[in-house]
Design a protein around this ligand. Structure first.
Ligand SMILES: NC(=O)c1ccc[n+]([C@@H]2O[C@H](COP(=O)([O-])OP(=O)(O)OC[C@H]3O[C@@H](n4cnc5c(N)ncnc54)[C@H](OP(=O)(O)O)[C@@H]3O)[C@@H](O)[C@H]2O)c1
Length: 226
């Protein structure tokens, strides 16, 4: 499969990239501002695009590079994200813009630009968050982060309908907490329910085959709150 994974330099995206690299026959294209992983001894091939996805023009250039590597894209994993843990009242317009640019707009623009190269049977896996799921337990200081993830969640549900004629599935996987740098920076000392490697195995199975059983779904990946 030709798989594009955003946010592949660390955390969940890096763990998913490693997991897929150890499975056979994939071309994985990672995108992030910092370098991705080494592909030595891997069973699949890894290519990296260094770019800042918060800038719309960078997404256009990244898609051009993707076409230089592969003719079509089977899976797009919109995983890149940022978390700004701050009271609603103190969050600046610039911070709100940054959160929505990375967490929502970059995913939407990548989908727009890659869709012409996604054949029937391909799929989009958006990484949301439990905080962005309607009716879930909410936490102070995460208003804009959670709202950006809620936007991605609803986009996934609507797009699944719109893309049915193309045969492209769209789902949103919504983790609770994962023991990554993002979590440690925002909530120092908090112990998450899952390691990135554990979740990566589940996500890799979803990327390779289990997506076939879901379309337009938001799947909560949490056994605790969050
Ligand atoms: N950790 C959790 O508890 C948790 C819970 C629910 C949902 N999630 C979601 O899961 C996803 C992965 O989170 P994580 O915990 O693995 O976070 P992380 O450790 O902070 O990793 C985030 C990834 O996104 C990339 N990224 C951030 N801004 C970018 C930009 N402007 N352009 C390109 N790439 C960018 C980062 O790469 P560079 O810095 O190199 O650009 C990094 O590879 C995120 O969408 C997050 O919201 C996480």
């Amino acid at each position: 499969m030709n798989i594009v994974i955003t946010g592949s330099s660390r955390g969940l995206g890096l763990a998913l990239t490693h997991e897929l690299l150890n499975r056979k026959g994939h071309v994985i294209i990672g995108i992030s501002r910092n370098p991705g992983c080494e592909s030595k001894n891997a069973l699949s091939k890894y290519l990296h695009i260094l770019t800042d996805l918060s800038q719309a023009e960078n997404i256009t250039k990244a898609v051009e590079k993707i076409h230089g590597f592969v003719d079509s894209v089977d899976v797009l994993v919109n995983n890149a994200g940022i978390l700004i843990h701050k009271p609603f009242i103190d969050t600046s317009p610039e911070e709100i813009h940054r959160l929505f640019s990375v967490n929502f707009r970059s995913a939407a623009l990548l989908i727009q630009k890659l869709l012409p190269f996604m054949k029937p049977g391909s799929h989009i896996m958006n990484i949301g968050s439990m905080g962005g799921v309607q009716g879930s337990v909410k936490f102070p200081g995460l208003a804009f982060y959670s709202a950006s993830k809620a936007a991605l969640t609803v986009l996934s549900e609507v797009l699944a309908e719109e893309l049915k004629p193309r045969g492209v599935h769209v789902n949103c996987l919504a983790p609770g907490s994962i023991q990554t740098e993002m979590l440690a920076e925002a909530f120092p000392g908090y112990q998450a329910s899952f390691s990135p490697d554990e979740l990566a195995q589940f996500l890799a199975d979803f990327v390779e085959k289990n997506y076939r059983f879901f379309n337009g779904k938001t799947l909560p990946l949490a056994i605790t709150t969050p």
